[in-house]
Design a protein around this ligand. Structure first.
Ligand SMILES: Cc1cc2nc3c(=O)[nH]c(=O)nc-3n(C[C@H](O)[C@H](O)[C@H](O)COP(=O)(O)O)c2cc1C
Length: 208
């Protein structure tokens, strides 16, 4: 069964990014009723720490050495996480902007799954190459500021370039970003921003 992998990154019940994802998925389910939707909620599933044997396994691989038993076990956990993403036919990431970037749980998820020989490879001749097959991906990014019309009052968005680059690094190039913002401030602007983004997401879901 083809699969859409949804990485949900907001802990809020009243989350704008999750509401955008729900609007998208309601349409997606109508367009592709036979698809499996695999939800990974980063605030409901406990992510392993990236330290100890898991961290050492990365250096062991980078150095071309073989794993110890504890490194092999730790790497197997990371591998299962990465496969959940890598084997999906479509990917949806819905996330808040936090302190100009992404929430730490999303950064932790990338720190776990970006691994040599698993999601990227390096050779002196070729440089870095992503190992994840490219597939249509949508990133919904909700922010208090307005990055849609550029009225962000001088604040920067480092979440979009970070996500674009890290996804590209592992091989996923076909990424569309849908910004939702402002989500704070005057009620009519917030409502309009949410409405515009959700209409766009429903439109995208018809052909995703
Ligand atoms: C810890 C934290 C940091 C935030 N940092 C920013 C920021 O740097 N820029 C911004 O525009 N909004 C920022 N916000 C506002 C959120 O982006 C906004 O509330 C957004 O709607 C959150 O997404 P969500 O509704 O899906 O949870 C921050 C909110 C929190 C809780």
């Amino acid at each position: 069964m083809p699969k859409l992998f949804h990485l949900r990154c907001s802990p809020r019940a009243a989350s704008a990014s999750s509401a955008g994802a729900d609007a998208f998925l309601a349409q997606f389910r109508q367009t592709r009723p036979s698809w499996d939707i695999d939800l990974q909620d980063l605030w409901r599933e406990t992510l392993p720490e990236f330290d100890g044997a898991a961290l050492e396994a990365k250096y062991t691989r980078l150095g071309g050495r073989s794993f110890s038993d504890s490194e092999r076990d730790a790497f197997a956990v990371v591998e299962r996480m990465a496969m959940r993403f890598a084997l999906a036919d479509r990917v949806l990431i819905s996330s808040p902007m936090w302190n100009f970037g992404v929430p730490y749980k999303l950064k932790q998820w990338f720190d776990l799954i970006v691994q040599p020989g698993l999601t990227f490879t390096f050779s002196p001749a070729e440089g870095y190459r992503g190992l994840v097959k490219d597939r249509p991906t949508i990133v919904i990014l909700a922010s208090g500021s307005d990055f849609v019309t550029g009225m962000s009052r001088g604040r920067v968005d480092m979440a979009t370039p970070y996500l674009r680059d890290i996804l590209r690094f592992v091989g996923v190039h076909s990424v569309r970003f849908v910004a939702i913002g402002p989500t704070a401030g005057a009620g009519d602007q917030v409502k309009a921003a949410r409405g515009t983004a959700e209409r766009r997401l429903i439109e995208l879901a018809r052909t995703f």
